[in-house]
Ligand binder design. Structure first.
Ligand code: ACO
Length: 323
Protein backbone atom coordinates (compact mmCIF):
# COMPACT_ATOMS: atom_id res chain seq x y z
CA UNK A 1 0.00 0.00 0.00
CA UNK A 2 1.37 3.41 -0.97
CA UNK A 3 1.58 5.85 1.92
CA UNK A 4 2.75 9.48 1.88
CA UNK A 5 5.66 9.97 4.26
CA UNK A 6 6.99 13.31 5.54
CA UNK A 7 10.66 13.41 4.49
CA UNK A 8 11.51 16.97 5.49
CA UNK A 9 10.09 20.01 7.21
CA UNK A 10 11.07 23.69 7.23
CA UNK A 11 9.92 27.12 8.36
CA UNK A 12 10.43 30.80 7.63
CA UNK A 13 9.54 33.85 9.69
CA UNK A 14 9.63 37.52 8.78
CA UNK A 15 12.53 39.49 10.28
CA UNK A 16 10.35 41.84 12.36
CA UNK A 17 9.27 40.62 15.79
CA UNK A 18 6.28 42.45 17.31
CA UNK A 19 5.61 41.89 21.00
CA UNK A 20 2.24 42.48 22.63
CA UNK A 21 3.57 45.62 24.32
CA UNK A 22 4.40 47.05 20.87
CA UNK A 23 0.68 46.88 19.98
CA UNK A 24 -0.27 49.01 22.98
CA UNK A 25 0.81 52.05 20.94
CA UNK A 26 -1.44 51.11 17.98
CA UNK A 27 -4.77 50.12 19.61
CA UNK A 28 -6.16 50.23 23.13
CA UNK A 29 -4.98 46.87 24.41
CA UNK A 30 -2.54 45.35 26.88
CA UNK A 31 -0.07 42.49 27.06
CA UNK A 32 -2.11 41.14 29.99
CA UNK A 33 -5.41 41.07 28.02
CA UNK A 34 -3.83 39.38 24.98
CA UNK A 35 -1.95 36.73 27.02
CA UNK A 36 -4.94 35.95 29.23
CA UNK A 37 -7.50 35.65 26.38
CA UNK A 38 -5.29 34.00 23.73
CA UNK A 39 -1.90 32.86 25.06
CA UNK A 40 -0.20 35.01 22.38
CA UNK A 41 2.97 36.88 23.52
CA UNK A 42 4.48 37.91 20.20
CA UNK A 43 4.17 37.51 16.44
CA UNK A 44 6.30 38.19 13.34
CA UNK A 45 5.07 40.78 10.83
CA UNK A 46 6.24 40.89 7.19
CA UNK A 47 8.21 43.96 6.16
CA UNK A 48 9.05 45.46 2.80
CA UNK A 49 9.98 42.77 0.26
CA UNK A 50 8.60 39.96 2.42
CA UNK A 51 5.53 38.37 0.85
CA UNK A 52 3.62 35.09 0.93
CA UNK A 53 5.70 33.84 -2.02
CA UNK A 54 9.09 34.90 -0.57
CA UNK A 55 8.31 33.37 2.85
CA UNK A 56 6.91 30.26 1.16
CA UNK A 57 10.06 29.92 -0.95
CA UNK A 58 12.27 30.17 2.15
CA UNK A 59 10.22 27.54 4.02
CA UNK A 60 10.27 25.28 0.92
CA UNK A 61 14.06 25.53 0.64
CA UNK A 62 14.42 24.69 4.35
CA UNK A 63 12.14 21.64 3.96
CA UNK A 64 14.06 20.45 0.87
CA UNK A 65 17.39 20.81 2.77
CA UNK A 66 15.91 18.88 5.69
CA UNK A 67 14.80 16.12 3.28
CA UNK A 68 18.18 16.05 1.50
CA UNK A 69 16.41 16.86 -1.78
CA UNK A 70 16.52 19.57 -4.45
CA UNK A 71 13.71 21.19 -6.47
CA UNK A 72 14.48 18.66 -9.25
CA UNK A 73 13.08 15.92 -6.99
CA UNK A 74 9.67 17.61 -6.67
CA UNK A 75 6.68 16.90 -9.00
CA UNK A 76 4.05 19.10 -7.42
CA UNK A 77 3.80 22.18 -5.18
CA UNK A 78 0.61 22.87 -3.25
CA UNK A 79 0.55 26.21 -1.44
CA UNK A 80 -2.09 26.72 1.23
CA UNK A 81 -2.78 30.43 1.53
CA UNK A 82 -5.55 33.01 1.80
CA UNK A 83 -3.11 35.87 1.23
CA UNK A 84 -1.58 35.27 -2.22
CA UNK A 85 0.78 37.90 -3.66
CA UNK A 86 -1.63 38.46 -6.57
CA UNK A 87 -5.22 37.53 -7.28
CA UNK A 88 -3.67 35.42 -10.02
CA UNK A 89 -1.46 33.66 -10.96
CA UNK A 90 -1.27 31.36 -7.97
CA UNK A 91 1.61 32.16 -5.62
CA UNK A 92 2.50 28.45 -5.82
CA UNK A 93 3.56 29.05 -9.44
CA UNK A 94 5.66 32.02 -8.31
CA UNK A 95 7.36 29.77 -5.72
CA UNK A 96 7.91 27.14 -8.43
CA UNK A 97 9.73 29.77 -10.53
CA UNK A 98 11.71 31.06 -7.54
CA UNK A 99 12.91 27.48 -6.96
CA UNK A 100 14.02 27.30 -10.59
CA UNK A 101 11.49 24.59 -11.45
CA UNK A 102 10.12 24.41 -14.98
CA UNK A 103 8.83 20.86 -14.63
CA UNK A 104 5.87 19.51 -12.68
CA UNK A 105 2.90 21.64 -11.61
CA UNK A 106 1.82 23.96 -8.81
CA UNK A 107 -1.40 25.42 -7.47
CA UNK A 108 -2.82 27.33 -4.50
CA UNK A 109 -5.39 25.93 -2.11
CA UNK A 110 -7.64 28.15 -0.04
CA UNK A 111 -9.25 26.88 3.14
CA UNK A 112 -8.11 29.72 5.44
CA UNK A 113 -6.72 28.37 8.75
CA UNK A 114 -7.44 24.77 7.65
CA UNK A 115 -5.45 25.30 4.43
CA UNK A 116 -2.45 23.19 5.38
CA UNK A 117 -4.58 20.26 6.53
CA UNK A 118 -6.56 20.44 3.27
CA UNK A 119 -3.33 20.72 1.24
CA UNK A 120 -1.50 17.80 2.85
CA UNK A 121 -4.63 15.63 2.41
CA UNK A 122 -4.76 16.62 -1.27
CA UNK A 123 -1.04 15.93 -1.74
CA UNK A 124 -1.59 12.47 -0.21
CA UNK A 125 -4.26 11.73 -2.84
CA UNK A 126 -1.96 12.82 -5.72
CA UNK A 127 0.77 10.51 -4.37
CA UNK A 128 -1.53 7.55 -3.75
CA UNK A 129 -3.24 8.10 -7.12
CA UNK A 130 0.15 7.96 -8.88
CA UNK A 131 0.13 11.52 -10.30
CA UNK A 132 3.05 12.67 -8.14
CA UNK A 133 5.93 11.03 -6.29
CA UNK A 134 7.20 13.92 -4.18
CA UNK A 135 5.13 16.95 -3.21
CA UNK A 136 6.10 20.19 -1.51
CA UNK A 137 3.20 21.21 0.73
CA UNK A 138 3.56 24.79 1.92
CA UNK A 139 1.46 26.97 4.22
CA UNK A 140 2.41 30.63 3.85
CA UNK A 141 0.51 33.73 4.96
CA UNK A 142 0.84 37.48 5.35
CA UNK A 143 -2.37 38.11 7.31
CA UNK A 144 -0.94 41.42 8.59
CA UNK A 145 -1.88 42.83 5.17
CA UNK A 146 -5.55 41.88 5.59
CA UNK A 147 -5.94 43.23 9.11
CA UNK A 148 -7.80 46.37 10.10
CA UNK A 149 -5.11 47.88 12.35
CA UNK A 150 -7.80 50.03 14.04
CA UNK A 151 -9.75 46.94 15.17
CA UNK A 152 -8.30 45.68 18.45
CA UNK A 153 -10.58 42.64 18.44
CA UNK A 154 -8.72 41.15 15.46
CA UNK A 155 -5.36 42.87 14.85
CA UNK A 156 -3.72 41.50 18.01
CA UNK A 157 -4.45 37.87 17.09
CA UNK A 158 -2.58 37.22 13.85
CA UNK A 159 1.00 36.96 12.57
CA UNK A 160 2.87 36.19 9.34
CA UNK A 161 5.07 33.22 8.44
CA UNK A 162 5.46 30.02 6.46
CA UNK A 163 6.07 26.32 6.98
CA UNK A 164 6.55 23.46 4.54
CA UNK A 165 6.88 19.70 4.34
CA UNK A 166 8.15 17.37 1.62
CA UNK A 167 5.87 14.36 1.22
CA UNK A 168 7.03 11.26 -0.62
CA UNK A 169 5.31 8.02 -1.57
CA UNK A 170 6.89 5.13 0.34
CA UNK A 171 6.98 2.76 -2.64
CA UNK A 172 10.40 1.55 -3.64
CA UNK A 173 12.40 3.91 -1.42
CA UNK A 174 13.02 1.54 1.47
CA UNK A 175 10.74 3.53 3.77
CA UNK A 176 9.03 1.32 6.31
CA UNK A 177 5.44 0.69 5.32
CA UNK A 178 3.82 1.75 8.59
CA UNK A 179 5.09 5.35 8.18
CA UNK A 180 3.00 8.02 6.48
CA UNK A 181 -0.48 9.49 6.44
CA UNK A 182 -2.98 7.06 7.99
CA UNK A 183 -6.24 9.04 7.86
CA UNK A 184 -7.44 12.44 6.65
CA UNK A 185 -10.87 13.85 7.46
CA UNK A 186 -12.05 17.20 6.12
CA UNK A 187 -15.23 19.17 6.78
CA UNK A 188 -16.77 22.51 5.79
CA UNK A 189 -19.99 24.39 6.43
CA UNK A 190 -20.48 27.61 4.47
CA UNK A 191 -23.48 28.71 6.51
CA UNK A 192 -20.99 30.21 9.01
CA UNK A 193 -19.46 32.61 6.45
CA UNK A 194 -20.35 35.82 8.28
CA UNK A 195 -18.57 34.77 11.48
CA UNK A 196 -15.12 35.00 9.92
CA UNK A 197 -14.50 36.49 6.49
CA UNK A 198 -12.73 39.20 4.52
CA UNK A 199 -15.02 42.05 3.45
CA UNK A 200 -13.41 42.42 0.02
CA UNK A 201 -12.53 40.43 -3.08
CA UNK A 202 -12.13 40.93 -6.83
CA UNK A 203 -15.63 39.86 -7.83
CA UNK A 204 -17.69 41.39 -5.03
CA UNK A 205 -16.00 44.71 -4.27
CA UNK A 206 -12.88 44.99 -6.45
CA UNK A 207 -10.91 45.61 -3.23
CA UNK A 208 -8.64 43.49 -1.05
CA UNK A 209 -10.72 44.07 2.08
CA UNK A 210 -10.13 43.46 5.78
CA UNK A 211 -10.59 40.46 8.05
CA UNK A 212 -13.85 40.56 10.05
CA UNK A 213 -14.59 38.16 12.86
CA UNK A 214 -17.19 37.48 15.51
CA UNK A 215 -14.58 36.08 17.90
CA UNK A 216 -16.97 34.77 20.53
CA UNK A 217 -19.05 32.93 17.87
CA UNK A 218 -15.94 31.33 16.37
CA UNK A 219 -14.80 30.27 19.83
CA UNK A 220 -18.22 28.76 20.58
CA UNK A 221 -18.07 26.42 17.55
CA UNK A 222 -14.34 25.65 17.48
CA UNK A 223 -13.92 23.03 20.22
CA UNK A 224 -16.95 20.92 19.19
CA UNK A 225 -15.99 20.90 15.50
CA UNK A 226 -12.33 20.10 16.19
CA UNK A 227 -13.05 17.26 18.62
CA UNK A 228 -15.76 15.74 16.37
CA UNK A 229 -13.46 15.41 13.37
CA UNK A 230 -10.60 14.08 15.52
CA UNK A 231 -12.87 11.46 17.09
CA UNK A 232 -13.87 10.38 13.55
CA UNK A 233 -10.15 10.00 12.71
CA UNK A 234 -9.49 7.96 15.86
CA UNK A 235 -12.35 5.63 15.08
CA UNK A 236 -11.27 5.23 11.42
CA UNK A 237 -7.68 4.42 12.45
CA UNK A 238 -8.79 2.21 15.36
CA UNK A 239 -6.75 4.16 17.91
CA UNK A 240 -7.35 6.10 21.13
CA UNK A 241 -5.94 9.38 22.45
CA UNK A 242 -3.36 7.37 24.42
CA UNK A 243 -1.76 6.13 21.18
CA UNK A 244 -1.04 9.70 19.99
CA UNK A 245 2.53 10.87 20.63
CA UNK A 246 2.09 14.48 19.52
CA UNK A 247 -0.95 16.69 19.00
CA UNK A 248 -0.09 19.54 16.61
CA UNK A 249 -3.20 21.74 16.48
CA UNK A 250 -3.89 24.92 14.55
CA UNK A 251 -2.44 27.71 16.67
CA UNK A 252 -5.26 30.27 17.01
CA UNK A 253 -5.87 30.51 20.71
CA UNK A 254 -4.38 28.57 23.63
CA UNK A 255 -7.80 28.35 25.31
CA UNK A 256 -9.27 26.56 22.24
CA UNK A 257 -6.26 24.19 22.12
CA UNK A 258 -6.41 23.42 25.87
CA UNK A 259 -10.18 22.83 25.82
CA UNK A 260 -9.91 20.53 22.76
CA UNK A 261 -7.05 18.50 24.28
CA UNK A 262 -8.94 18.16 27.56
CA UNK A 263 -12.14 17.00 25.85
CA UNK A 264 -10.14 14.39 23.88
CA UNK A 265 -8.16 13.22 26.94
CA UNK A 266 -4.89 14.19 25.24
CA UNK A 267 -2.20 14.75 27.89
CA UNK A 268 -0.93 18.32 28.15
CA UNK A 269 2.71 17.30 27.58
CA UNK A 270 1.80 15.85 24.16
CA UNK A 271 0.44 19.17 22.86
CA UNK A 272 2.72 21.32 20.70
CA UNK A 273 2.09 25.00 21.41
CA UNK A 274 3.62 27.80 19.35
CA UNK A 275 0.77 30.33 19.38
CA UNK A 276 2.64 32.21 22.14
CA UNK A 277 5.57 32.75 19.73
CA UNK A 278 3.84 33.19 16.34
CA UNK A 279 0.24 34.29 16.97
CA UNK A 280 -2.30 32.86 14.54
CA UNK A 281 -0.53 32.42 11.19
CA UNK A 282 -3.55 30.74 9.54
CA UNK A 283 -2.44 28.07 7.02
CA UNK A 284 1.18 28.42 8.17
CA UNK A 285 0.46 27.60 11.80
CA UNK A 286 0.48 23.78 11.65
CA UNK A 287 3.67 23.42 9.54
CA UNK A 288 5.40 26.12 11.64
CA UNK A 289 4.50 24.16 14.78
CA UNK A 290 5.65 20.89 13.15
CA UNK A 291 8.98 22.48 12.17
CA UNK A 292 9.44 23.74 15.73
CA UNK A 293 8.75 20.35 17.34
CA UNK A 294 10.99 18.50 14.85
CA UNK A 295 13.86 20.99 15.27
CA UNK A 296 13.79 20.74 19.08
CA UNK A 297 13.79 16.92 18.94
CA UNK A 298 10.27 16.27 20.22
CA UNK A 299 8.82 14.67 17.05
CA UNK A 300 10.90 11.68 15.98
CA UNK A 301 10.62 8.96 13.35
CA UNK A 302 7.91 6.45 14.28
CA UNK A 303 5.86 8.90 16.38
CA UNK A 304 2.10 9.05 15.84
CA UNK A 305 1.27 12.69 15.08
CA UNK A 306 -2.20 14.25 15.02
CA UNK A 307 -2.69 17.45 12.99
CA UNK A 308 -5.86 19.54 13.31
CA UNK A 309 -7.16 22.87 12.05
CA UNK A 310 -10.31 24.96 11.99
CA UNK A 311 -10.94 28.29 10.31
CA UNK A 312 -12.99 30.60 8.12
CA UNK A 313 -15.84 29.07 6.15
CA UNK A 314 -16.06 27.27 8.47
CA UNK A 315 -13.54 24.68 7.33
CA UNK A 316 -11.97 22.10 9.62
CA UNK A 317 -10.16 18.79 9.52
CA UNK A 318 -7.70 16.34 11.04
CA UNK A 319 -4.82 14.24 9.71
CA UNK A 320 -3.18 11.30 11.53
CA UNK A 321 0.29 10.30 10.42
CA UNK A 322 3.16 8.08 11.49
CA UNK A 323 6.29 10.28 11.30
N1 ACO B 1 -7.53 44.38 24.07
C1 ACO B 1 -8.28 44.73 25.11
N2 ACO B 1 -9.61 44.51 25.18
C2 ACO B 1 -10.19 43.91 24.12
C3 ACO B 1 -9.47 43.53 22.99
C4 ACO B 1 -8.09 43.78 22.98
N3 ACO B 1 -7.30 43.44 21.96
N4 ACO B 1 -10.31 42.96 22.11
C5 ACO B 1 -11.54 42.97 22.66
N5 ACO B 1 -11.46 43.56 23.88
C6 ACO B 1 -12.54 43.78 24.82
C7 ACO B 1 -13.90 43.76 24.16
O1 ACO B 1 -14.19 45.00 23.60
C8 ACO B 1 -14.80 43.41 25.31
O2 ACO B 1 -15.03 44.56 26.07
P1 ACO B 1 -16.50 44.85 26.71
O3 ACO B 1 -16.70 43.70 27.65
O4 ACO B 1 -16.29 46.16 27.37
O5 ACO B 1 -17.43 44.84 25.55
C9 ACO B 1 -13.94 42.46 26.16
O6 ACO B 1 -12.58 42.69 25.74
C10 ACO B 1 -14.28 40.99 25.99
O7 ACO B 1 -14.39 40.72 24.62
P2 ACO B 1 -14.80 39.29 24.08
O8 ACO B 1 -14.86 39.32 22.60
O9 ACO B 1 -15.97 38.76 24.83
O10 ACO B 1 -13.53 38.45 24.56
P3 ACO B 1 -13.31 36.91 24.47
O11 ACO B 1 -13.00 36.37 25.80
O12 ACO B 1 -14.34 36.21 23.63
O13 ACO B 1 -11.93 36.85 23.66
C11 ACO B 1 -11.18 36.38 21.45
C12 ACO B 1 -11.89 37.37 22.36
C13 ACO B 1 -9.74 36.24 21.94
C14 ACO B 1 -11.19 36.90 20.02
C15 ACO B 1 -11.90 35.02 21.53
O14 ACO B 1 -13.26 35.16 21.33
C16 ACO B 1 -11.36 34.04 20.55
O15 ACO B 1 -10.21 33.63 20.61
N6 ACO B 1 -12.19 33.58 19.60
C17 ACO B 1 -11.74 32.64 18.61
C18 ACO B 1 -11.41 33.38 17.42
C19 ACO B 1 -10.16 32.93 16.75
O16 ACO B 1 -9.22 32.44 17.35
N7 ACO B 1 -10.15 33.14 15.46
C20 ACO B 1 -9.02 32.87 14.68
C21 ACO B 1 -9.39 32.36 13.37
S1 ACO B 1 -10.45 30.99 13.46
C22 ACO B 1 -9.56 29.87 14.06
O17 ACO B 1 -8.40 29.87 13.74
C23 ACO B 1 -10.15 28.94 15.00
Amino acid sequence: MIRSVVRGVGAAKPARLVKNADLEGIVETSDEWIVQRTGIRQRYIAGEGETTASLGEAAARAALDNAGMTPDDIDLIILATSTPDNTFPASAVDIQARLGMTHGFAFDMQAVCSGFVYAISTADLYIRGGMAKRVLVIGSETFSRLLDWNDRTTCVLFGDGAGAVVLEGNEGRGLTSDRGILTANLRSDGSHKQKLYVDGGPSSTQTVGHLRMEGREVFKHAVGMITDVIEASFSEAGITAEDVDWFVPHQANKRIIDASAKKLNLAEEKVVITVDQHGNTSAASVPLALATAVADGRIKQGDLVLLEAMGGGFTWGAVLLRW
